[in-house]
Design a protein around this ligand. Sequence first.
Ligand code: C6P
Length: 415
Amino acid sequence: MSTVPTQSPQTYPIDRIRADFPALQQQIRGKPLVYLDNAASAQKPNQVIDTLADFYRHDFSNIHRSVHTLGERATAKYEAARDTVRRFLNARQTEEIVFVRGTTEAINLVAQSFGGSQFKEGDEILISAMEHHSNIVPWQMVCQQTGARLRVVPINDHGELILEEYQRLLGSRTRLVSITHMSNALGTLNPVKEIIDLAHTREIPVLLDGAQAVPHLPVDVQALDCDFYAFSGHKLYGPTGIGVLYGKRELLEAMPPWQGGGEMIRTVTFEKTEYNELPYKFEAGTPAIAEAVGLGAAIDYVEAIGWDHIAAHEHALIEYATEMVHTIPGLGIIGTAAEKGAILSFALDRVHPHDIGTFLDHYGIAVRAGHHCAMPVMDFFKVPATARASFGIYNTLEEVDQLIHAIKEIIKVFG
Ligand code: C6P
């Protein structure tokens, strides 16, 4: 389990937090909703929903284009959200914060712009065996375009990265390391500081896929010294369609734009285009304006609860859930890393994960069943799929009890 400060769950304002989330107040199939699919996407608090609605009601306009009052107001709110993200990641400058659609787009941007302009035949990109498809396929695509090669750091039976292998694979041909901060399929928290420091001894830049990490722990890109960091707003209790690529300024400056269009230019003639400055060089077209403002509200919301509180609460949930599932015969946990976030992937003897998911839905319990867009992880553990309960700030120990009860019912029904 992750080593976070322990704190009595009683001091956590769970009732107030749950009251902020309208979606949690509903019944599913006659039962109160137990939402345990937070790793796929989290529900939204009123503070985010109201920010979006208010923005559309009063402030909406396109940005960076118009001198009228709404144009200036919308631009100010969008740029204020960028500064909120900068503070959230402790980035040095807002120029280092690029708004994108989500983690997937952020990684594709780096693959196409950084990789497409720098990788050559024989170069190597290092990823790990626990990556989401979003941190595999973009690299395969750029490898095809450039002749570079993908190398994969193996994992052990607990779902932990094998650091000695990582060190062995880091070599003179390695041009970039791209690793997940927290695995979506296993819950593993990777030793990212060590990974970065080892790569930097060879001056190799590191991208961290932070999609699963940012909702659970504070991220400080300066302390980590990562070169790129990618995350999505929707897993952080924010809107869909908005995410962030953090990049060190000197790297982003040197990278060519990856999409052309409005906003990313300074001057255009038919002969020549001069590109805009950072971060606009990477934000072609009208961006997700309201969603960026909503992401700012989501960040304010989680920060107001406080990371120590969130970490202690989620730690209590995953510890308790893990302890309870150990009492269920025929249940296997996929992903037993010593350092783990609030994700519980499991399989039952004789019951397909999709049947688990469907059955749990009859109890009002939402989990994800499938390969979690991490098919190589399923291959490694020799399972077609898993059922995955993933916890968030609003889940309770009682909900864990409901999950455990329902799993026991499944076993009774399926024998
Ligand atoms: N994982 C899950 O159920 P997007 O779709 O761009 O917001 O995030 C992609 C992504 C990248 N990396 C990791 C580690 C992820 O977990 C995800 C999204 C979801 O696990 C949906 S497949």
